[in-house]
Write a protein that binds this ligand. Structure first.
Ligand SMILES: CC(C)(COP(=O)(O)OP(=O)(O)OC[C@H]1O[C@@H](n2cnc3c(N)ncnc32)[C@H](O)[C@@H]1OP(=O)(O)O)[C@@H](O)C(=O)NCCC(=O)NCCS
Length: 141
């Protein structure tokens, strides 16, 4: 049986990623993804967007953003057909090692209050909610 392969995403993956996130991602309460936004991200940090593939099919993703100061995770998603087989954990283990090597001391992720599935994975991986903080946002443009 084939083994899952982890690799950084490239420009050739952009359309497949957008389709993958529509099917697999948490898509509520956030700006929609666009090809330009994904390309900008790949240009800014070519190692941050990691995918897991099996037999050439993208089955999971995560964006591990490191700006030299803080480490943020976005777009953790595994295809519904491939869930509960450890791929989410594989992605998290991989990016946590990368953040540690870069010198990050802490990692954070935005998790919707009602996303019980997402919360179960973050908890299982050792993350906990911070009750004394709220995210403050301002849309640009
Ligand atoms: C969240 C998500 C990425 C998890 O991916 P996954 O590959 O299924 O997760 P894993 O198989 O690595 O699970 C790791 C652990 O998380 C917990 N977990 C995962 N799915 C769970 C479920 N349906 N119910 C309860 N616990 C669950 C378990 O503790 C699991 O370990 P175990 O299987 O040994 O018990 C996937 O469900 C998903 O894409 N959900 C939709 C998008 C989303 O909500 N992303 C998070 C945004 S904040």
């Amino acid at each position: 049986m084939s083994e899952p392969v982890l690799r950084p995403a490239t420009g050739a993956d952009v359309d497949r990623l957008l389709a993958f996130w529509l099917e697999a991602g948490e898509n509520d309460a956030r700006p929609s993804d666009s090809a330009d936004a994904v390309r900008r991200q790949l240009e800014r940090d070519p190692d941050a967007l990691v995918v897991v593939e099996l037999d050439g099919r993208i089955l999971g993703s995560v964006i591990a953003g490191w700006d030299g100061w803080r480490a943020h995770l976005y777009r953790l998603a595994v295809h519904p057909d491939a869930r509960r087989r450890g791929l989410g954990r594989l992605l998290l283990d991989h990016v946590e090692r990368r953040f540690a090597a870069l010198g990050a001391a802490r990692i954070d992720a935005m998790v919707l209050e009602g996303n019980d599935l997402g919360q179960s994975v973050w908890r299982a991986a050792g993350y906990a909610p911070q009750d004394d903080w709220r995210r403050w946002v301002k849309a640009l443009g």
